[in-house]
Design a protein around this ligand. Sequence first.
Ligand SMILES: NC(=O)C1=CN([C@@H]2O[C@H](COP(=O)(O)OP(=O)(O)OC[C@H]3O[C@@H](n4cnc5c(N)ncnc54)[C@H](O)[C@@H]3O)[C@@H](O)[C@H]2O)C=CC1
Ligand SMILES: CC(C)=CCC[C@@H](C)[C@H]1CC[C@H]2C3=C(CC[C@]12C)[C@@]1(C)CCC(=O)C[C@@H]1CC3
Length: 345
Amino acid sequence: MATRTRPSSKRCAVLGGSGFLGRHLVERLVDRGYTVNVFDIRQAYELPGVPFHQGDLCDRQALLVALKEVSIVFHCASPAPANDDRALFQRVNIDGTRTVIQACHEAGVQKLILTSSASVVFEGTDIKNGREDLPYAKKPIDYYTETKIQQEKLVLEACSKEKGFLTVAIRPHGIFGPRDPQLVPILIDTARRGKMKFIIGDGSNLVDFTYVENVVHGHILAAEQLKADSPLCGQAYHITNDEPVRFWDFMSQILEGLGYSAPRYHLPYTLVYGIALLLWLIALVLRPLIRINPTFSPMRVALAGTHHYYSCARAKKDMGYQPLVPLREAIVRTVESYPHLRKGA
Ligand SMILES: NC(=O)C1=CN([C@@H]2O[C@H](COP(=O)(O)OP(=O)(O)OC[C@H]3O[C@@H](n4cnc5c(N)ncnc54)[C@H](O)[C@@H]3O)[C@@H](O)[C@H]2O)C=CC1
Ligand SMILES: CC(C)=CCC[C@@H](C)[C@H]1CC[C@H]2C3=C(CC[C@]12C)[C@@]1(C)CCC(=O)C[C@@H]1CC3
């Protein structure tokens, strides 16, 4: 039997390393002296000394090349949540994650760190200071969440001290920061189309928005603390800024920071949710003829109008996690990073 070279504990691969979180993670790992392979279906940048492997994570052979002599794998690849393609989510998040686990076994990888999502327990109704022992959503709000649940279960169940393969899942929520293609761009696009005038509900709902560097910090801590005798094995961890904020205050700070007016007029939550549901049903019926993606999907209205914030006490206790960048500073850095989205730019 061919002998495998023992992988160095500082040699890792980032699946989804071209993405928003993945790229920040790659940069931080390199700063901390890790040797990093990037694996992604698309190449978004080049970094000296960082080999890029372009491929689909459903392709085991392609993965095996990127995992050669790697001891830690960070899996943060996923189709974007806004996508409505059920088959794609099933293929990438479920079948693809099975392939990742299999390839890790074959390549002799010792640790797998999955980027899951706090949304795996969110059903569209209030969650206040939710802990990791909340049950998975029985009625997930979309295909993205449905497949993130299956994906997390697959990864956590694969944890085996006997096989020397340890796994952990990080559940971030509302990641934001420089280069995020979702949150700030969607918000500013909505404002530019004159649709950011209304607050859904009374505006008091608290939400976690988590600065990308804190999420990265949580991933690296998890990788470094994940050992056969640690409580992390096979567990999920919320990583947040630990500063729940009113959803509409956060949006207003970003909008005003970029020179736009904050929303002022209130609309009842149930009315907006009902309209969003109706539009979503109409879009579903019309789909064979025309593809419409309404701004106000039921999922977005639920995210904008309910409480959803989580406790990160378990991460503090088991891995010594503390957010590195406070929310106020994180918002300033984020606003400054989008000069092209400033009003009038
Ligand atoms: N952005 C957020 O607020 C949150 C994100 N997450 C999770 O964090 C992870 C990273 O998210 P983001 O960086 O925001 O997303 P992103 O869309 O910027 O990055 C995902 C990356 O995965 C790659 N990818 C997609 N399908 C692939 C495939 N079949 N094979 C190889 N690569 C593939 C994409 O090309 C992309 O570069 C995802 O797993 C997401 O579910 C969890 C909670 C919140
Ligand atoms: C905390 C968390 C899970 C955030 C996720 C980010 C996105 C889901 C949000 C980023 C911009 C948000 C946004 C809306 C909904 C949620 C987001 C897409 C609205 C569509 C809600 C209704 C409005 O009045 C306009 C909002 C624009 C921005």
